[in-house]
Design a binder for this molecule. Structure first.
Ligand code: PLP
Length: 471
């Protein structure tokens, strides 16, 4: 291909957007307490991020405690109100999906604000237990739980084990018998609904590792297997349809499917399961360009309407409902603070230019752009700038060209070595998915509130990494 032909094939990228400024809105991009100081620096929780960086270094995960607690409380209140018995429903429970972001302090916060907690491994369970969250307020998930994890769940009297396969049902029952307890279980059902972003798809086939297929009859078989074991108490059915869901329509299809199975089991066996879990996945803003995410109140009323109508159609009393938001609780409350290093201009095939802005972290502290093509935005955190915006790409310091933090953003043309850069909406699936790629120590988790910084997780050191390496 000639150079001209290659160039003519290039579609110019849309203009890069400047990150919206903090506005205190709960459905905004930044933590709700984020503000610009009089001289243009970014402050969160009353802490100027320049001071935070000076004292604790970068990269750092910064979490707005008041914001995260407020989101947890808002979910608890919204679901309690929408599913109240005086609205013809049987109540609701909100479980925080701990895999989004879990530290001992965070587990304690969400518990104090009225949420229960989902864990997916023995490690997450240990964090919740260390935080003092009572076992009955916990749910254990996972498609491949070990005997040790199941035993730990039974020892701590976890409120529900969400079983994910037929063999697991027998294992949980045997372990419960050995422990002399009755294990509360939910059956994870796959409804064929898969959602994420703006749309959902509904298919009859299930080609994924989670859950038991409703269409193929595996879910009904699992329910029968649970009912056949006296060591197990069948709490209900569970459905999780995806993540970063902005359009709630997929939940209606999935909810009708699980409520239908619940009614069918009641008809055949006389046992009406008391509960249905509709999973999590409520979307948030990552760049400010996406459509407004549904508020907890809107999610709660929409799901309440669906459950009320579906149960009326089926002629069954409504179940207690639970949901499992992760990112919608933790995501917007967190940001990552970096320091800019190398700045490099690259000429593009369409004649334009891109400024590559390298920061002191990257795919080890946020794998989502590389893993899912996730989009973020970024803004100067240490100062204001009146310089014209330039098209930029924020990249990390790892040995991969896919080590991108923000693919496409407009930054002030005077962005330079030493500038602080903040990437919002990294509170979920940032720290929890972090790695030590390139022997990079993981950043600290710093909670800010009322003008004070509290180190929730300290910065890892190279010595920490070497301590694991026995030579
Ligand atoms: C990941 C997950 C969630 C939370 O998803 P978010 O997108 O963070 O809300 C809830 N339930 C289950 C079973 C999950 O796997």
């Amino acid at each position: 291909m000639t150079a001209t032909a290659a160039a003519s094939a290039v579609v110019p990228e849309p203009a890069a957007a400047v990150a919206p400024e903090p506005d205190g809105a709960p459905d905004g991009l930044w933590p709700t307490t984020a503000r610009r100081t009089a001289d243009g620096s970014l402050a969160v929780g009353g802490v100027d991020l320049r001071d935070l960086a000076r004292e604790h270094g970068t990269p750092a995960y910064v979490v707005d405690e008041a914001d995260l607690r407020g989101r947890a409380r808002t979910f608890a209140d919204a679901f309690a109100a929408a599913f109240a018995p005086d609205r013809g429903l049987a109540g609701a429970e909100v479980y925080y999906a701990g895999k989004a972001f879990l530290t001992v302090a965070v587990a304690g916060w969400v518990h104090e604000e009225g949420l229960r907690l989902d864990v997916a491994t023995g490690g997450e369970l240990a964090v919740a237990v260390r935080a003092g969250v009572p076992g009955p307020a916990l749910a254990l998930h996972g498609n491949n739980k070990s005997d040790a994890e199941l035993r730990a769940a039974l020892t701590h009297r976890v409120g529900r084990v969400v079983v994910d396969s037929l063999p697991e049902i027998g294992r949980v029952a045997d372990l419960a018998a050995a422990a002399g307890v009755r294990a509360p279980v939910m059956v994870r059902v796959t409804t064929g609904v898969h959602a994420g972003g703006h749309e959902f798809i509904a298919t009859a086939h299930e080609d994924q590792k989670f859950g038991l297929s409703l269409a193929a009859g595996a879910a009904a078989e699992a329910v029968a297997a649970v009912l056949a074991r006296p060591e197990l108490e069948l709490v209900g059915l569970h459905s999780h349809i995806g993540s970063q869901i902005l359009d709630l329509a997929g939940f209606e299809v999935a909810a009708r499917a699980v409520l239908g199975l619940r009614a069918q089991v009641a008809e055949q066996t006389g046992y009406l399961m008391p509960e249905v879990d509709l999973g999590g996945g409520y979307g948030i803003r990552y760049t400010g360009a996406e459509s407004a995410p549904p508020t907890p109140a809107r999610v709660a009323t929409a799901l309440a309407d669906v459950v009320r109508r579906a149960c009326a159609d089926l002629g069954t009393p409504p179940p207690r409902v639970s949901v499992e938001p992760g990112r919608a609780v933790a995501g917007p409350a967190g940001l990552t603070l970096y320091t800019v290093g190398t700045v490099k201009d690259v000429r593009l095939d369409d004649g334009g230019a891109r400024r590559y802005v390298s920061v002191d972290g990257g795919m080890s502290d946020n794998i989502r752009p590389a893993l899912y093509g996730a989009e973020y935005t970024a803004a100067l955190a240490g100062r204001a700038s009146a310089a014209d915006p330039v098209t930029a790409r924020v990249v990390g310091k790892h040995c991969e060209s896919g080590d991108v933090v923000v693919r496409h953003v407009a930054l002030p043309a005077d962005v330079a070595d030493g500038d602080l850069l903040a990437v919002p909406a990294t509170g979920a699936y940032g720290r929890s998915m972090a790695s030590n790629y390139n022997a990079m120590p993981r950043p600290p988790v710093l909670a800010v509130r009322d003008g004070r910084v509290r180190v929730l997780v300290r910065r890892e050191t190279v010595e920490d990494l070497l301590a694991l390496d026995l030579g």
